[in-house]
Every structure is written in structure tokens, then in C-alpha cells.
Design a protein around this ligand. Sequence first.
Ligand code: FNR
Length: 380
Amino acid sequence: RALERCVSIEDLHRLAKRRLPAPMFEYLRGGAEDERALRNNCEAFSRVQLIPNTMRDVSRVDTSTHVLGSDIAMPLLLGPVGYAGMFHHEREIGAAAAADKHKTFYSLATWGSSTPEEIGVASAAPKMMQLYIPADRERAYALVDRAKAAGFTALCVTVDTPVQGSREQAWRMGMPPPARMPLSSYLSILGHPQWLFNFIKNRPIAGVSLFDHPPSPQEMMEAGPAKDLSFDDITRLRERWDGPLAIKGVLSTQDARLAVEHGATAIILSNHGGRQFDAAPAPIDLLPAVVDAVGERAEIIVDGGIRRGVDVLKAIALGATACMIGRPYVYGLAAGGQAGVERALQILKDELERNMVLMGVTRIADVDGRFLYPMRGSVD
Ligand code: FNR
């Protein structure tokens, strides 16, 4: 099968490109404006190098770790990706089931095409609900209550989206709805009959968690992230949610500190995969400064540009608690539904293990700044 021939995330990316109509693929792949942040997110990882140790006993390697109040099998979480039903008819449910198999976090997006209840059934592994807080705060609070009842163990509030980044290439193709599609987009959709058949049969709807009916474009606009979001919103959320609370989309050390002071237990250092502010640096480059600013007071999860298991080790060496991925697993989803996400996770897990062996470490806790090149501080 095509999935089994995929041995890297890049292979899944190529397969996803074949299986998806061009506008849907572009919506998934693309970034904002000139895509500088998107490119730099990946390039930044190639600037981080690790010095391996040899002749250590690496006959047993353990990738498990603890983050957001839960034990998971590897320090790699599936991040929130809205409207996954657009990429494959197994949608968020398939992705969550794959996370369950690999015993790691699945994050459900507010603008997902599945409900918290569906995800609660799909995965017994730890789960995180992603919140966009709209102008009507009660809408967000209601979602928090539903997520809690459905067994979600952590919450993340995405704060980098007061307005949509301009994903120009996707816009040209008429994405996301309700933008008008040019003829070439319709032709590409018609050229992918299997995707089209499944899409029509399943009719996924974005934002199903926020409405009990298919939302109109007007309702979707009104329920979008509030422009007047403030740190006080984090304090108010804290009064309703006593579990792990992550703030996603923080980049500055000042925001990281304030987030912690207002009750966050974790920072998700992220530029939204280069889809929002195109001048943003790569999260991995900001990591050491944010680790310094926050210290032991909060966990730090990094996302953006992780395409290899070794990228996770680089982030951990720089002080991250764990990493998160978006596109890599959704390429898997688009390529083959749940099986494709499982493949993506297996590829990354195998890479993680192999590179730990090559580094001479057997536990995630042993990966630290001593492996960084150039050497920082004293090396024993
Ligand atoms: C996202 N991301 C995202 N984040 C979020 O908080 N809420 C959301 O609804 C979405 N939706 C979304 C859709 C698509 C198609 C993509 C690619 C991404 C951002 C996501 O959670 C994560 O921060 C990035 O994807 C990480 O970068 P990589 O792994 O894609 O490089």
C-alpha cells in the first residue's frame, strides 16, 4: 500500500498532495503572506546541532514522558487543526483514534468538524481542547464544560489569531469557505472523485462544537476569536478550569511571564505554523529565552516546523517539555485517514528512538543542553 511505502513525513506530504484537491491541499500546506515564517520554522531546526555520545548502553530506549498532567508515550502531541473533515472523511475522529493507539495527546480545535463527545469516544489517551475565545465569552465557557464532561484533561487557549493571517495562495484558490472558488479549483475537485464522493457523503461542518446547527457565515464570523482578548480572560478561565491550562501562540518572553502570572500552567510556543504573523521568528529559536523567562513555573511546548523525530530531541535539548505537530499528522490524515496518522506517528516515533540510540541516551529526561553544539556552558 502507498502508506507503507511512506518512510518520512515528506513522503506523506507528497501522498497528501496527490490525494487532495489543490485548494484543500493548499489550505493545509500554506502560510501567511510570503511564507517566510513557514519556511524559517523548518530551516531553524537545521541550524540546531547535537553532539552525540557513544559507547553508552542503549539496548533499551524509553521515549515516554509527562506533560499537561498526563503520562504519554512520547513527547509529541497532535496539535489542533480546524476543519479536519476537509482533508479526510475520517476527520478528527480518525486522528484522535491514531493518537490513542500511540498513547499521546490529541487536541481538538474549536473550529473542528467533530464534537468533544465524539473525540471522547475515539480516544482514551489524554486529550486537550483548544479554545478560541469569542466576543460572547459564554460560548467558550460552554465548550469548556462540554470538553470536561467528555473527558478532556487539558485546555489550550489560542491567542495568536485576533484576525486570520493572509494565506494568499489559499485565498486565490477560494479557501477557506465562503470565499468564491475559481474554475480551476472546481476542476481540481472534480479531478479527485474519491475525495469528492467522501466529502459529499459525510458533509463535514466546521465549528460543530460551537453550534447545535450548521452555522451560517454570519454566525461563524461572530463566533470568531475576540479582538479584545486579554490576560484577564485567562484569569477568568482559571476560575472554571482547574486542570492543565496552556496558552498557545505566545512568542515573547513578556507574554510567557504574564501568561504564567495569570494562571497558565503551560506555554505553547508557536507562530501557528507560519500561518499568522509572517515576521514571527521560529519558535525553536525563541525557546532558550522563554525557558529562561519562565523557568520551572510552567511547561513549555514548542510547535512549528517539526518534521523529524530528531527535531523533537533538539527542542528538548533546548529546554522544551514536549513538542506539538500540525501539518505532519494531517498530511497523514489526508493520505490515508486514521491509518495515515498512525503512519505519521510511527515514522516520528521510530526516528525519535533511532536518534536517541545514536545520541547515546535512553530516557527523554537525559536529553539536555549538554548535547547542544556549539557547547553552552561547561560540558562534563
Ligand atoms: C492549524 N493550527 C491551528 N491552531 C489552533 O490553535 N487552532 C486551529 O484551529 C488551527 N487550525 C489549523 C489548521 C491547519 C490546516 C494548520 C496547518 C494549522 C496551527 C497548529 O495547531 C500548529 O500550531 C501548527 O500547525 C504547527 O506547525 P506545523 O507542525 O504545521 O509546522
